[in-house]
Write a protein that binds this ligand. Structure first.
Ligand code: AMP
Length: 499
């Protein structure tokens, strides 16, 4: 019986012991080596921490992180990735909430932390493997045990630790690998940092299938033509990236330099993918299948998907589609009814994919992990996402925006996302973000791209009703991105609305 991701890993290991699982610019690691390293690290952790406790993995991004993660699991613990490049205050807030008994550090990070036992990665690798203890720990594992805790931003600025169980990841990985025929021939190019849930498929697809993941240096993404050349050189066939990274390729005209024809599958998730940019990808690599996935960290990467088969015009909104297998989506109205088709409601998620709640934070857990209001008969947990959507005539779910991006102005209900989509539909715009200043009741449009503010205003007048027109336009040379690579709305809001 499969009770943990380690069972999956060991099945794959027996089929592909000497195949490369993860490769960065400094090293590649086979499934066999991965196990040897993970068991050594796990044996070292066992001496320092108890099973079912958190371990922070605070290292430079690379293949080494994976053996550290699996090491935590062999010790019966769960891991939290903390990246070397994360701001020190954020690391402090995460460690304060998590209180790990052990932090796995490398030479780059060991000087940054105090207060917990530090296990040096390089030293842990030399620890003798204690199979007896590791096997004993395995006999106690259950699918409901926590696998990892990922910290998301949180609207208050204090990160929330999203707990995810083995069961949730096993479920998602089973679905995605089956749906897209992922196997040992799958070659991925990792984009997302490991502390962000967009990297979860990159970590667990190889563990399930024997696929290989390349981990290029972060700097390659600053020069998209470099990353395209890298993809072409290695023959990467699958990309699981955030939309901003795909948009960057288009905005920097990287396809003029290189068009990697090896790409067969492009999955994106995490924010709205503008059709204008998607159309460029489809134009250059028409053979690939493009999939828009939707999901918060609280629902294990994705719980809805939409495969793009028909044409979309530049200003269309891509559907989120339908729920992934074993997940359910209901749209709940303001008065706790199920929204009727066409009516906007809050996206609520049910199923195995759900987090067990926020680590060490019962209050915030209770706010959003609630009883399904449509079921008065038994306990049925549901996650309220704060995202708004409706169901269209094809039965597909259409994203409207976040509840907190919905504003009232002059009595009208306005989705800031709709204004952003209108701005993005103008050919010369590269990226856009709209903010609402509550104190002045004004809409601020921030954009990058070669178009003057006045001209943009004239264009928008032809698309948007008067009450939706921004009051101010701010042109930036580059849009600030947050740690996850999405548009950094928090810093923009601070700067331009002083809120
Ligand atoms: P995160 O937990 O960082 O993955 O962020 C989850 C949030 O990103 C969701 O609640 C949505 O607001 C947004 N999101 C995720 N996927 C999509 C998508 N395909 N289209 C639009 N927004 C998305």
């Amino acid at each position: 019986m499969i009770t943990s991701v380690l069972d999956l890993f060991e099945q794959t290991l027996s089929n592909f012991p000497s195949k490369v699982a993860f490769q960065d610019i400094t090293r590649s690691i086979t499934f066999q080596e991965l196990q040897r390293e993970a068991k050594a690290i796990g044996s070292a952790i066992c001496r320092l921490s108890r099973p079912n406790h958190p371990i922070a993995v605070y290292m430079e991004k690379g293949a080494n992180n994976i053996s550290a993660f699996l090491g935590c699991l062999y010790a019966g613990c769960f891991y939290t990735p903390v990246d070397k490049d994360m701001p020190i205050e954020r690391v402090g807030m995460i460690l304060k909430n998590l209180k790990p008994e052990v932090i796995i550090c490398d030479e780059n990070t060991k000087g940054n932390v105090t207060g917990s036992v530090i296990l040096l990665y390089e030293e842990a690798l030399t620890n003798p493997v204690n199979n007896e203890i590791l096997e004993n720990i395995r006999t106690h594992t259950k699918t409901t045990d926590i696998l990892y805790v990922l910290f998301t931003s949180g609207s208050t600025g204090v990160p929330k630790g999203v707990t995810i169980s083995h069961a949730a990841v096993l479920d998602f990985i089973e679905w995605i690998c089956g749906r897209y025929d992922l196997d040992e021939h799958t070659l991925l190019c990792n984009q997302a940092p490991f502390y962000f849930d967009a990297s979860v498929p990159d970590i667990y697809i190889p563990i399930k299938t024997g696929a290989t993941v390349l981990i290029p240096p972060k700097s390659y993404y600053t020069f998209p033509s470099k990353i395209l050349r890298f993809i072409e050189e290695y023959g990467v066939n699958t990309l699981i990236w955030v939309p901003s990274a795909l948009c960057n390729v288009v905005n920097c005209y990287a396809f003029d330099v290189c068009v990697p024809k090896s790409i067969k599958l492009v999955i994106f998730c995490g924010e709205v993918m503008p059709c204008k940019h998607l159309n460029e990808w489809r134009h250059h690599i028409p053979e690939a299948l493009y999939v828009n996935m939707y999901g918060p960290t609280e629902a294990t990467y994705a719980c809805m998907y939409y495969e793009i088969k028909k044409q979309f015009s530049h200003d269309d909104c891509l559907p989120l589609g339908k729920p992934c297998e074993n997940s359910e989506i209901i749209l709940i109205s303001d008065d706790d009814r199920e929204a009727v088709p066409g009516e906007v409601g809050e996206i609520c998620i049910l199923g195995q994919c759900l987090s067990q709640g926020y680590y060490n934070d019962w209050e915030r857990t209770r706010e959003v992990f609630v009883q399904n209001p449509l079921n008065p008969y038994w306990t049925e947990r549901m996650y309220r996402t704060g995202d708004l959507a409706y169901i269209n005539e094809d039965g597909d779910i259409i994203f409207v925006g976040r509840k907190d991006f919905q504003i009232k102005r002059l009595g009208y209900r306005i989705e800031l996302g709709e204004i952003e989509a209108a701005i993005l539909s103008e050919q010369r715009i590269k990226s856009a973000c709209c903010l609402f200043n509550k104190s002045t009741n004004e809409i601020i449009a921030i954009y990058t791209g070669e178009i003057a503010k006045k001209e943009l205003g004239v264009c928008l007048r032809q698309i948007l009703p008067q009450y939706m027109l921004p009051n101010h336009y701010i042109h930036l040379d580059a849009m600030p991105l947050n740690l996850n690579g999405k548009i950094d709305r928090v810093s923009l809001k601070k700067e331009y609305t002083k809120e």
